[in-house]
Design a protein around this ligand. Sequence first.
Ligand code: HEM
Ligand code: HEM
Length: 180
Amino acid sequence: MSKSRYHPLSIFLHWFVFILIIAAFIAIELKGQFLKGSEPRELCKTIHGVFGQLIFLAMAIRLMVRIKYGVPEPTNRKAIVNTLAKTIHWLMYALLLIAPIFGILYFQYAGKAIHFFGLIWPQLLTPNPEMKKFVEGIHEFLGNSLYFLIGLHALAGLWQHYVTKDDTLRRMLNKVKAST
Ligand code: HEM
Ligand code: HEM
């Protein structure tokens, strides 16, 4: 694999996860429009949970692709910028894998069914309202931190495209020719 390009699967998964995160965000924000305990509110949580589980799977595959094929060298010559970008990338990997686990724990402690395309998770934990509140807080914190990091990351990507005018965004869109 050339050092100037991302693996096509990395590119596909990058934008696929982007769409999934928007979908998960919309579903959980819609939840707030409905009364507590109502059917549509529970449905929003279920849909959010399905997108969240897909995010986990996509990120796990993406991590394996990254480990196997690597990523191209950074386009920016400033070491501090590269370190910051790398830190944010790894934080996003970590949070996108950890946040869904806390979402699953929430459902388990709430004693509610977790749906995934016709499958239903077995109840593995004893329902516990205190633990439910605790993991809910962690899940929300991780989710909101993610939205902040993603916003920062997207702004940096757009900055490099429109201000610095380098190939960073183009290569994540598979629009750059391999030079090596
Ligand atoms: C759901 C939101 C997003 C997540 C979780 C995310 C995550 C990541 C991660 C982890 C990388 C590192 C490369 C890799 O391992 O695949 C990356 C690279 C990149 N992302 Fe995103 N990203 C998101 C949205 C966006 C958006 C909206 C843009 C548009 C501006 C963008 C632009 C880029 C660019 C240009 C790179 C390449 C960076 C480089 O080559 O140094 N990303 N993204
Ligand atoms: C990376 C993936 C995920 C992200 C970014 C995420 C993000 C969030 C955020 C920010 C909230 C708080 C929304 C608010 O009330 O303002 C939330 C709530 C929730 N999430 Fe996730 N989530 C993810 C995955 C999951 C998964 C996999 C599940 C379960 C299978 C799940 C279940 C829930 C539930 C049930 C709530 C609502 C809790 C309540 O009633 O207040 N999430 N999520």
